[in-house]
Design a protein around this ligand. Structure first.
Ligand code: PGA
Length: 253
């Protein structure tokens, strides 16, 4: 299975000039480098998607950070999966912990989004992970089981290959604290078991499992390479093209 490096630019890049600078720097860093085993995906804010699509080049795929689970209609202020697909997105991040925290997104709502994304041919990158309190109460298995079963409810196992699970412990997102490689490996095994119970063994093996939360070029060996994850979801460091590409190179090699 190939690897994946996804950059979640979050609510950053405030102007056209900042965007042009970012795209130009990222292209420069990618230069002549080949990433034969690794897919690189960038998820900018909605307003920048079209320009990224036109200018970022062939080495980078496009993803969105969220979507509304309806094709079209009277939903003021929302963005439809069809819009994302038609503007060139291949991926969409769903259920990020910041959306769960600040917008009270529930697993049921995330499930509706996963269903609609798959319907139109967008590949969902679904974020799951426990809070610090849940970890301290030894609730990781319970939390991951609930989240994954609910967000994937009703999804056919033939879609398993199009789904990516990002294990993002909430306490590691934006904090510079990372789990040990053993903790990540344990979480990966739990996630695999849960996926097998949903999709069965053959299909579950097709779902990629990424790690996310304070990934940088210094932590990437410990959080991704050592625990044999299928890649990473990167927040802050993806805003620095040099670091973003460095992480991709480490994972690819
Ligand atoms: P971070 O964010 O890399 O800045 O911790 C990760 C994420 O939100 O996916």
């Amino acid at each position: 299975m190939g690897k994946m490096v996804i950059g979640n630019l979050k609510m950053n890049i405030l102007s056209v000039s900042e965007r042009e600078q970012y795209i130009s720097n990222l292209k420069k860093e990618l230069g002549k480098k080949e990433f034969s085993k690794t897919e690189i995906v960038v998820c900018p804010p909605f307003v920048h998607l079209e320009s990224f699509g036109k200018n970022i080049g062939q080495k980078v795929k496009l993803g969105a950070q969220n979507m509304f689970p309806q094709r079209e209609g009277s939903f003021t202020g929302e963005i439809s999966p069809a819009m994302l697909k038609n503007i060139g997105c291949e991926y969409v991040i769903l259920g990020h912990s910041e959306r769960r925290k600040y917008f009270d997104e529930t697993d049921k709502e995330i499930n509706l989004k996963v269903v609609e994304a798959l319907k139109i041919g967008l590949k969902p990158v679904v974020c799951v992970g426990e809070t610090k309190a849940e970890k301290e109460a030894n609730q990781i298995l319970r939390v991951l089981t609930k989240q994954i079963k609910e967000v994937l409810a009703g999804i056919s196992r033939t879609k398993a290959e199009q789904i990516t699970i990002a294990y993002e412990p909430v306490w590691a997102v934006g904090t510079d604290i990372v789990p040990t490689s053993n903790e990540i490996m344990e979480a990966k095994l739990l996630i695999k078991k849960i996926l097998i119970s949903i999709f069965d063994k053959k299909y579950a093996g097709m779902t990629k499992i990424l790690y996310g939360g304070s990934v940088n070029s210094k932590t990437v060996l410990e959080v991704c390479v050592d625990p044999a994850m299928d890649g990473v979801l990167i927040g802050r460091e993806s805003l620095i093209p040099y670091e973003f590409v460095k992480i991709a190179e480490i994972i690819n090699n």
